[in-house]
Design a protein around this ligand. Structure first.
Ligand SMILES: Cc1ncc(C[n+]2csc(CCOP(=O)(O)OP(=O)(O)O)c2C)c(N)n1
Ligand code: SF4
Length: 286
C-alpha cells in the first residue's frame, strides 16, 4: 500500500477514526487496480477543509484541495472537463451538509458521476466541535452556547429523495465492510454517496454507541434495488443517538439513470477542437 501514501506527517490525533477511512480507501484502490478495474493515473480526488480535508495531503494521487464545502463542485467541474476520469470527493459533515448543502442536493438530482465520501463525525471537528446539521439533539455546542434543540438532518433519506442512484452508510472502523462499500461506490455509474460514521475520538466519541447499535444490511437480506425498501431503512435511524435505535449500515440503494455528462454529451476537453475561426469572428458586428 506504500505507494499510495505520500509519506507526509499525518496530523490527525492518535487513534482518530479517519485512519480507518484512509486505510479503507487505499486498500480499495489497490484491490480495484489489481483487478484491472481502475487506472490510478485516471483518478482525481478533491477534498474540503477540516480534519477530513487533510486526507489530500496523505493520498498519493492527483488531487485538488478546495474551500470548505466546495470540494464537491470541484469534483463536478473536473468530471465535466474530462468524463474519462474517476472522480472521488472527501468531505466532512460540516463541509457537505452545512456549507455545501446545495452542491450535495444538485449532485444527487443531476446524477453527476462523482463518488462522495463523507467523514461524518457529527461536529465541525477541526474548529473544536461546534454542532453541524447531523449533530444529535442534546449535544452541548459551544457555538450555540446551549444544547442542540433541533432534530438532526437525515442525509441518507435526503440523498434518496433528491435522486441519488447509490446511497450507502459505512463505519470508519469496520474497514473491510467499508472497503466493500467503497468498491461498489467507485464502480457505480452515476453519483455515489457514502455517509461514513466517523466518531471524533477526542471531542465527540460515539464509538461505543455506534458499535452497540449498528447492524449490516446484507445480514438482513436487504434488497438495494428497491427504492421504497431503501427509504424505509433510511428512516430507521434519525441520527439522534437514541438508546433503542437500530442503525443499518451498508448499501441502501443502487439504481440506474442517465448521468450529467452523458445527458450533456460532453467530451474530454483535450478532444475538443479549440482552433479559432477568425473569419467567423470578423463577421460579427457589435
Ligand atoms: C467557508 C469557510 N467557513 C468556515 C471555515 C472554518 N472551518 C475550517 S475547518 C471547519 C470545520 C470542518 O468541519 P467538517 O467539515 O465537519 O470536517 P471535520 O473537521 O469534522 O473533519 C470550519 C468551520 C472555513 N475554513 N471556510
Ligand atoms: S479532532 Fe477528532 S476528527 Fe479531528 S483528527 Fe482529532 S480525533 Fe480526528
Amino acid at each position: 500500500m506504500e505507494d499510495l501514501r505520500t509519506g507526509y506527517q499525518i496530523t490527525w490525533c492518535p487513534g482518530c477514526t479517519n485512519f480507518g477511512i484512509y486505510t479503507a480507501i487505499i486498500s480499495t484502490l489497490k484491490e480495484l487496480e489489481s483487478e484491472g478495474k481502475i487506472d490510478r493515473r485516471k483518478i482525481v480526488f478533491a477534498s474540503g477543509i477540516g480534519c477530513a480535508g487533510k486526507i489530500h495531503n496523505y493520498l498519493n494521487l492527483s488531487s485538488f484541495s478546495g474551500l470548505h464545502g466546495r470540494a464537491l463542485p470541484l469534483g463536478v467541474g473536473i468530471k465535466m472537463g474530462n468524463p474519462e476520469l474517476t472522480v472521488l470527493v472527501f468531505q466532512g459533515d460540516g463541509d457537505t451538509y452545512n456549507e455545501g448543502m446545495d452542491h450535495f442536493i444538485s449532485s444527487c438530482k443531476e446524477n453527476v458521476d462523482v463518488k462522495l465520501f463523507v467523514h461524518n463525525n457529527q461536529v465541525f471537528a477541526l474548529t473544536t466541535a461546534q454542532h453541524t446539521f447531523t449533530t444529535e439533539e442534546g449535544y452541548y455546542s459551544k457555538s450555540l452556547g446551549m444544547k442542540v434543540f433541533e432534530k438532526p438532518l437525515n442525509p441518507i433519506a435526503l440523498a434518496l429523495l433528491s435522486g441519488a442512484t447509490f446511497v450507502a452508510r459505512g463505519y470508519a472502523l469496520w474497514v473491510d465492510h467499508l472497503k466493500y462499500i467503497m468498491k461498489e461506490a467507485i464502480l457505480h455509474k452515476g453519483f455515489a454517496f457514502v455517509d461514513i460514521i466517523q466518531p471524533c475520538v477526542v471531542q465527540h466519541d460515539t464509538r461505543k454507541y455506534y458499535e452497540t447499535h449498528m447492524y449490516k444490511l446484507e445480514d438482513v437480506g436487504h434488497n438495494s434495488t428497491n427504492f421504497d425498501e431503501a427509504l424505509k431503512k433510511a428512516l430507521e435511524y434519525d441520527y439522534t443517538l437514541r438508546e433503542d435505535a437500530k442503525i443499518p449500515v451498508g448499501i441502501f440503494y443502487k439504481g440506474s439513470r442517465i448521468t450529467l455528462h452523458e445527458g450533456l454529451k460532453l467530451q474530454p476537453f483535450y478532444k475538443i477542437n479549440r482552433e479559432l475561426n477568425l473569419d467567423v469572428l470578423s463577421q460579427i458586428t457589435v
